[in-house]
Design a protein around this ligand. Sequence first.
Ligand SMILES: [Zn+2]
Length: 304
Amino acid sequence: MGMSSSPLLRIWKALLLLQFVTGALGWGKEGHYAVCKIAESSLQFQAYLNEDATAAVKELLPEYADGDLASLCSWADTMNFRYHWSSALHYVDTPDFFCNYDFARDCHDSSGHRYACVTAAIYNYTDQLKSEYHNPGAVTNYNLTEALLFLSHFVGDVHQPLHVGFLGDLGGNTIIVHWYTRKANLHHVWDTSIIESAMKDFYNSDLTTMINSIQSNITDNELPLWGDCEGNQTVCPNVFASESISLACKYAYRNATPGSTLTDDYFLSRLPIVEERVAQAGVCLAATLNRVFASKVQIAESRR
Ligand SMILES: [Zn+2]
């Protein structure tokens, strides 16, 4: 029996392929790192300065993260095998050719389980963190480190336009195109290829340079505009999802039919969208964590 026919190896290969095909990974490593990095520096240096949130994040991070949330921003992508239920939480699909998102209609997994989608996951992990920080001393069974890491990852995912794409093509996963000379699926182009090409062409292949550039383009007006949620909500993933499907229709799917070759025209017109979504995700994450972790102090004060 040769190596290639080993049943274990075949299962492993099938799993790898399955993961590649379903591709529920979200922004690639670089994209997620950028989102969390921007959130961290917004927490620390920008108008939003919030010492409580910075301290709480550092307290929840495992020691090996060395106080750096960004280093674990892709952690959730490594958990799909151990936590099978979590793979449906990276995205939400709309019915084919619907360019709007509706929580009641769309938030379920492929077997129809309600609330198995990215927006519900964002609500859930925000609530878990809040329940602890709203009620200090209350006993909860949540793993708050995991809640923080899932939340930070999913806020990034929901901002990737094709993480709120059409059901029929699995958010662009089954649309095979050429990215310049290479074969790729459209979902992967938006997760990874656009960012990789930008790094190479404009940022000296250096992620930090790219992040600094994205961050320096965030204006003082955009911070509250992107960070605030209507009606005093702690987090508003439905808004992010609606923006994403709208951008998916306007930019991601447009001129990217199966078999097409995407080059400079597509790349240069979509890159600003990708960079803005990464910036928005970072600001949203910072603002959300500020609200989650500020509540402890606010509640204590309001009870005096
Ligand atoms: Zn993901």
